[in-house]
Design a protein around this ligand. Structure first.
Ligand code: 13P
Length: 221
């Protein structure tokens, strides 16, 4: 894949998020790890630009290794570049990141109970995010280092999390994997919300979730 193809793949994915029901308008942001000749970095969507007006030249490259990241682009990077940067710096398994304002994730992430407990093991697919639950990162103003710090903590041993009063994010080994997990998380959030309306779900045991995690480790085509 060339850098131009990677830039186009990011735009195509960002455009597809609305159709998948996990985003709207110019909300959210998408990035992909992209190293340039020895320089660790990533490509990220520009800030505030509607995805249908975005061309490959609007995608911004940022360095990961530098203390003050180098920014290369004609646009400003996503206001959330800090958590993209910090996840690439600390998570070798993050090759792509999808952050959206998926409606059911965002709604759940406004509830005190979810902010305390996250989404518990009400369904075995919760394990797809990497553990027995899906945490909710505490609220901080968008684009701040405080929000990035909260996201990193909520993502410990996980591939996805909710963000209080905000939305969600998912990482993956590829853009497609991060998108698939984001779609799954929105399905889980919607289904969990339905179970709460019906009186609240029974939960799977820690032992059963360990069994599912073990099976997922070899679940592939
Ligand atoms: P950007 O357009 O700056 O990426 O911001 C969108 C967003 O969702 C902030 O959390």
């Amino acid at each position: 894949m060339t850098e131009d193809q990677a830039r186009q793949a990011i735009i195509d994915l960002a455009l597809s998020m609305t159709g998948h029901g996990i985003n709207h308008g110019s909300a959210g942001n998408v990035s992909m790890r992209w190293n340039r000749g020895g320089g660790d970095g990533f490509l990220v969507t520009p800030s505030a630009l509607p995805y249908d007006q975005c061309t490959i030249d609007d995608i911004v490259w940022m360095s990961v290794a530098a203390h003050e990241p180098v920014i290369d682009g004609r646009r400003r990077p996503s206001s959330e570049w800090r958590f993209h940067h910090d996840l690439y710096a600390h998570r070798a398994d993050a090759q792509a990141i999808v952050h959206t304002h998926a409606p059911h994730c965002a709604a759940l992430a406004c509830l005190p109970r979810i902010q305390r407990e996250g989404i518990p093991a009400f369904h075995y697919m919760v394990a797809l995010a990497g553990g027995h639950d899906i945490r909710c990162a505490p609220y901080a103003t968008f684009g701040t280092q405080a929000l990035s710090d909260h996201v990193l903590a909520a993502m410990a041993d996980r591939r996805a999390c909710l963000m209080a009063h905000h939305g969600m994010l998912a990482i993956g080994a590829s853009l497609e994997a991060a998108l698939a997990l984001a779609i799954e998380l929105e399905w889980l959030a919607r289904t969990y919300a339905q179970t709460l309306q019906l009186g609240g779900p029974a939960l799977l045991s820690a032992q059963e979730m360990d069994r599912v995690l073990e099976k997922f480790s070899s679940y592939r085509p």
